[in-house]
Design a protein around this ligand. Structure first.
Ligand SMILES: [Zn+2]
Length: 226
C-alpha cells in the first residue's frame, strides 16, 4: 500500500488537535505540538515553535506507524502535563521504550537527552513513555490500549528483525503498518491511548545501549519478485 501523503497526515493529526475545522488548508499547516524553549544559548524561557509530523519524519528518517504512535502518545501526555499551553522542553524528562521510532519522537518532542539526565530507555514499565514535569514532579505513563495494534504487525515484525522475513513478506508487513498508520490518524487519540498518573515513579537512568535498531536490519533486502 502506498503510504499516506504528508498532506493527509498533517490534516488528520491537526483535526485531532485543533478545534477550528473551517479551513482545511490552514488545518494542514497547523501545528501538532507547540513547544517552548529558551531564546538563545544562555537565554530566557520564551521561544515558541511548532512541531508537526513532517518534522518528526525528517528527524527520524521515514514515516512509520511507530512514529505516529509516538506522536499521538505525546499529544495525549501533553494534555495532562501541560494543559495550560506549550510543552516546556526545559521542564520535562522522559523514559521511552527502545523502539527507534518511539525514542526519536521522545527526544525531539520533549527535548530530553541522556547526557543531561533527562532521557533514558527502558523496558520495565507499561506503555510507550513515562514523562515527568520537573517543577512539580508529576509523572505519568502513556500507552496504546491493548488490542489496538494488530498482533500480526508485532509477530511479523519480530521475524523481520531476525532477518528471516522474505522480501515479499516485508512488503506485506509494510502494507499492514501503513494501514495501521491510516487507522491511527483517523482515530480519536483519547480513545486509543491511556494516561496513568504514577505516584511512586523513581528516575533510575540506566546506560543500556545494546538495543537492536530494528529499522535498518533489512536495508539491503532484495525487492519482492513475485
Ligand atoms: Zn520508524
Amino acid at each position: 500500500m502506498r503510504p499516506p501523503s504528508l498532506f493527509l497526515i498533517a490534516t488528520a493529526l491537526t483535526v485531532s488537535s485543533c478545534t477550528d475545522r473551517s479551513n482545511p488548508e490552514t488545518e494542514a499547516e497547523s501545528p501538532v505540538f507547540t513547544v517552548i524553549d529558551t531564546d538563545f544559548s544562555k537565554g530566557r524561557l520564551g521561544y515558541e515553535q511548532s512541531i508537526d509530523l513532517g518534522d518528526l519524519e525528517k528527524f527520524h528518517g521515514h514515516l512509520c506507524d511507530g512514529l505516529v504512535v509516538g506522536a499521538l502518545a505525546m499529544q495525549e501526555a501533553a494534555k495532562t502535563l501541560f494543559p495550560e499551553g506549550p510543552i516546556d522542553r526545559t521542564n520535562l524528562r522522559s523514559v521511552s521504550k527502545p523502539s527507534p521510532c518511539l525514542t526519536d519522537v521522545a527526544v525531539y518532542v520533549t527535548g530530553g537527552r541522556y547526557q543531561f539526565g533527562t532521557f533514558y530507555v527502558d523496558t520495565g514499565f507499561a506503555g510507550e513513555y513515562i514523562l515527568q514535569r520537573l517543577d512539580n514532579g508529576t509523572a505519568i505513563s502513556v500507552g496504546l490500549n491493548p488490542g489496538v495494534k494488530p498482533s500480526a504487525i508485532d509477530s511479523l515484525g519480530a521475524i523481520a528483525v531476525r532477518g528471516e522475513l522474505s522480501p515479499c513478506g516485508i512488503d506485506s508487513l509494510r502494507a499492514m503498518e501503513d494501514a495501521f498508520t491510516d487507522f491511527l490518524l483517523s482515530a480519536d487519540p483519547s480513545e486509543i491511548f491511556t494516561v496513568h498518573t504514577l505516584s511512586d515513579f523513581a528516575w533510575e537512568a540506566n546506560l543500556k545501549k545494546d538495543y537492536v535498531k530494528s529499522d535498518v536490519v533489512n536495508k539491503a533486502l532484495q525487492p519482492c519478485s513475485r
